[in-house]
Design a protein around this ligand. Structure first.
Ligand SMILES: [Zn+2]
Length: 246
């Protein structure tokens, strides 16, 4: 079968399962990715403070949910070893404002499991202030010794990015995601507008993650528009992988 994906970029680092608002199990998402000849994938279920997937406020009632999620991913990782590389991630939704206490509180269940995460996405809607959330999370992870976990802003609204903001993110090693489900000509244009203002050094330091944002097995591993854009703009060298955990 002819394949349109560039062989070196068969990645999908934004996938939801029924642990949050996805419609399929983690294993069904893996099957779907294998079907699309994906070689590296990350499960990135929502980790919200006040949203519909509210681990933080529920953890007293269901403190086992986060370890159950991570254990399931780990089991799958071992089961499909050699066929597909699977990473544990989360998409952090800060909803309508950032409450940093949950990133540093004493009873912070999140901090107990950081050694098992390979990537964090920050919900990219402008209204949730992804810029601030990403910086705060970066500082928090760095303080706890997890500078090696990449952070990427999921489906950023580039219209709200200034060159200054973009530079700061790059300086802090915070990446941006090219997201298939939200990709459009307008997004591409907005991204290029801001990308063109970067210095050559900034351009070379820019980290990009790619993901489908699939909530159904049907969309998993399908990244045609993003791949086409990356090919056309020569951004392949900027695409990064999640942290390796043995
Ligand atoms: Zn998502």
């Amino acid at each position: 079968m002819e394949h349109s994906l560039p062989s070196s970029l068969r990645y999908d680092f934004h996938l939801h399962s029924d642990f949050s608002d996805g419609m399929n199990t983690i294993e069904e998402m893996i099957f779907a990715c294998l079907d699309q000849e994906i070689t590296h994938m990350a499960i990135t279920d929502h980790l919200s403070e006040t949203g519909y997937f509210n681990w933080y406020n529920q953890y007293e009632k269901d403190a086992k949910k986060l370890p159950r999620y991570l254990n399931t991913i780990n089991k799958m990782k071992l089961k499909y070893q050699g066929k597909i590389k699977i990473y544990a991630g989360a998409e952090i939704s800060t909803d309508f404002g950032l409450r940093t206490k949950h990133y540093s509180g004493e009873e912070d269940i999140f901090s107990l499991y950081l050694d098992r995460f390979s990537i964090f996405l920050i919900e990219g809607w402008y209204i949730s202030n992804p810029y601030r959330s990403a910086i705060n999370l970066r500082k928090y992870l760095d303080e706890l010794g997890y500078s090696d976990i990449p952070i990427s802003i999921a489906h950023p609204e580039f219209t709200h990015f200034s060159h200054k903001k973009f530079s700061k993110l790059i300086k802090m090693g915070i990446g941006i995601e090219l997201n298939e489900s939200k990709f459009s000509g307008i997004i591409a244009q907005d991204f290029l507008r801001i990308y063109k203002q970067l210095t050559d050094i900034e351009k070379s330091q820019l980290n990009i993650t790619i993901g489908s944002d699939a909530h159904y097995a049907d969309g998993a591993g399908k990244l045609q528009s993003v791949h086409k854009f990356i090919d056309e703009t020569n951004l392949k060298k900027n695409v990064i992988l999640p942290k390796e955990i043995q």
